[in-house]
Design a protein around this ligand. Structure first.
Ligand code: GLC
Length: 411
């Protein structure tokens, strides 16, 4: 039987978990100028290949990475199995250009899969690039005499490996198929030589891994087989990055973002967002019905930056207190404002007051059947009155939380 979409339980699980870890890690981590360095610094294939014999991330510890995610309250991790540079971070049978042929020799994806399987609280998902700056059948067909179909066979073959060799996976995450008009002139030679045969590709994933969701970061309307609408560096409906669809489709949503300004590690990027800002983004995303896939770019030695693990652990601390208002919720029934957003779980509504402007908080369009307001932190009553269709909550400063004051509204 061929399956066209992820199973209902896979889709529900994905929507319930709300928070995941994105990991960009590859040969580019050695240069520490981000994952596009091969392109941005115009490094030839033969020069870039010289990184492979230098790659030896002896500090890599799968249990440690998974425990950072678990401590953060992240329920899934998506790691780059092969990024645009074409280097495979697992023991693929389809290429020699892979991590098991470096001095490191080990397969970190297999080790992460084992670590996830042992713990049960974080599920593994795998990123695979559609674009490949190294593969002769993607980029050098004229020189190599290879055909586009050779690349498609490689891509589908790798995805089959990802769906067969790592136990149960939660997602396959594609990237690198963008509308030509978004690419600059010197990007054009990276354009695909034909169709990626998505229908076949997605059916294979949904058949081999029935609960796994397919995400394709195409910056366009999802097609059949793509289970999730994705947003990059923007919450649903926003488009500050310039490439997100502003229309929101009736699908589970996911927003991926960096903690600083790079996906792959960048030595001089210290623009790490505050924990407060990251929690606000998580909550604003949940209020819009979206998961938050928050990126780390480990070093070439295999370590997640302390500046990132610290923030992640702080987020986890917050989630241990307030997770009820995030996990398992759906988009809020009340319109989001700059200061207040809401999430809901059936008839329970959670108001998140993100900025403290006044003791009285006015909420328009609150459902008419709400009877009680309590502080999620300790269950204490919150004064509630109604003025026409506006709900007025009085929240004095001693009931406030410096990050997010969460109020539980029940019928
Ligand atoms: C962009 C970047 C890519 C990165 C991805 C993550 O598409 O090109 O390098 O992996 O965003 O969402």
């Amino acid at each position: 039987m061929c399956a066209k979409t992820a199973s209902p339980q896979g889709l529900k699980w994905f929507q319930d978990i709300r928070f995941g870890m994105f990991i960009h890690w590859g040969l580019y981590s050695l240069i520490a100028h981000g994952e596009w360095v091969m392109h941005t610094e115009k490094i030839s294939v033969s020069e870039y290949e010289k990184l492979a014999p230098q790659f030896n991330p002896v500090k890599f510890n799968a249990d440690e990475w998974v425990s950072i995610a678990a401590d953060a309250g992240q329920k899934y991790m998506i790691i780059t199995s092969r990024h645009h540079d074409g280097f495979s971070m697992y023991d693929t049978a389809l290429s020699d250009y892979k991590i098991t042929n470096t001095p490191f020799k080990r397969d970190p994806l297999a080790e992460l899969a084992d670590a996830c399987a042992r713990r049960h609280d974080v599920k593994l998902g795998l990123y695979n690039s559609l674009l490949d700056w190294h593969h002769p059948a993607y980029r050098f067909r004229a020189e190599s005499g290879l055909a586009w179909t050779d690349y498609v066979a490689f891509l589908h073959g790798q995805v089959r490996e990802l769906c067969s060799d790592f136990g149960e996976i939660s997602a396959v995450w594609f990237d690198g198929d963008w509308p030509a008009q978004l690419l600059s002139d010197d990007n054009r030679h990276f354009l695909p030589g034909g169709s990626f045969e998505y229908e076949k590709l997605y059916e294979m994933i949904h058949t081999l891994q029935p609960d796994a969701v397919v995400v394709n970061n195409r910056h366009a309307e999802p097609i059949v087989g793509e289970d999730i609408q994705g947003f990059e560096q923007d919450l649903p409906g926003q488009n500050t990055a310039g490439f997100n669809a502003e229309k929101i489709f009736d699908l589970p949503l996911e927003t991926c973002m960096t903690i600083n300004d790079h996906w792959g590690v960048a030595a001089d990027d210290d623009n790490h967002k505050s924990t407060r800002h990251l929690i606000h983004t998580l909550v604003r995303g949940a209020a819009a019905g979206s998961n938050y896939l928050l990126n780390v770019g480990p070093t070439a030695l295999g370590q997640i930056l302390p500046a990132h693990s610290l923030r992640l652990r702080e987020m986890g601390g917050w989630l241990r207190l307030y997770g009820e208002s995030v996990y398992g919720t759906r988009a809020g029934a009340m319109a989001a404002t700059g200061d207040i957003v809401s999430t809901r779980a059936d008839s329970v509504h959670y108001v998140h007051i993100l900025n403290y402007n006044s003791d009285v908080v006015a909420i328009k369009d609150a459902p008419a059947d709400i009877q009680h307001a309590t502080l999620l932190r300790d269950g204490s009553d919150v004064k509630m009155t109604r003025k026409e269709d506006t709900l007025l909550l009085t929240v004095p400063y001693f009931q406030r939380d410096p990050i997010d004051t969460v109020i539980r509204l029940t019928v």
